[in-house]
Design a protein around this ligand. Structure first.
Ligand SMILES: N[C@@H](CCC(=O)N[C@@H](CS)C(=O)NCC(=O)O)C(=O)O
Length: 235
């Protein structure tokens, strides 16, 4: 029995951040697959901005991954995932904000949608969108490779924090594209960090939930091609 439910679709990057955080904290939860209801009245009642994930804890509903992750860390026992030191906590929040602003948009919305999501639906990739993303992704990887020199094997301290769990699904998504594989070559600290993260029992458990869905078409994503495909400027 559990009073925690995560709503989302199975391969969603942000949904998997929440599943990782809950699993690492040892919090049992149900997963409600919203794929058939995405954009419909039931989904919009849960999330007025038409996104996922949504968390329900005993009737307390929350959306926005950063809010959910901090709530889960504070509302449940299990390993603390936010440093108490003000500077370390600030760095963790800097990573979460950077993921939202500089990594996820170019890696997910640009590269992974064009290379993985649209082709699985028979939609032609837009090479201009990919071309715009690649230099932005390269900057992000350089920053991460450099920052990993200072931590104790993880992004902030010598154990995983929310920052590591925010970054992992997006970096995995990158590694599934040919361009991502090429860009990740020659980034030894990122490779060690990914190997360390992948060895965590919580990550192994969540990965087994996601694997059966990889490569399968995400039907509601057909709408993304017209609704929120990045507009690129051709110079
Ligand atoms: N700011 C939101 C972003 C969530 C988000 O963009 N989720 C994606 C999946 S990874 C989504 O809902 N996509 C569905 C859609 O755009 O139709 C958060 O942090 O939770």
């Amino acid at each position: 029995m559990t009073d925690v439910t995560v709503y989302g679709f199975p391969i969603s990057t942000y949904v998997n951040v929440v599943r990782l955080v809950l699993t690492h904290k040892g919090v049992p939860f149900d997963f409600h697959d919203l794929e058939p209801e995405m954009g419909g009245p039931r989904h919009l009642e849960l999330h007025p901005f038409n996104r996922v994930p949504i968390l329900d804890h005993a009737g307390f509903r929350l959306y926005e991954t950063a809010a959910i992750a901090a709530y889960v860390d504070e509302a449940f026992t299990g390993p603390a995932l936010q440093p108490t030191n003000a500077r370390e906590r600030a760095r963790m929040n800097q990573w979460i904000s950077s993921l939202n602003s500089y990594y996820y948009p170019y890696i997910a919305f640009h590269l992974s949608h064009e290379r993985l999501i649209y082709p699985a639906l028979g939609i032609e990739p837009d090479e201009k969108v990919v071309a715009v993303a690649l230099p932005k992704i390269a900057v992000g990887l350089d920053v991460m490779e450099c920052e990993l020199a200072h931590g104790g094997g993880y992004l902030i301290i010598d154990r995983p924090t929310l920052a590591d769990f925010f970054m992992l699904p997006t970096m995995t998504s990158l590694s599934l594209t040919p361009e991502g594989q090429a860009m990740l070559t020659g980034k030894p600290r990122i490779a060690s960090w990914r190997a360390r993260m992948e060895a965590l029992p919580s990550v192994v458990q969540v990965r087994s939930m996601v694997m059966p869905h990889l490569g399968k078409p995400v039907e509601h994503a057909r709408r993304w091609a017209t609704e929120h495909r990045p507009a690129v400027r051709v110079s």
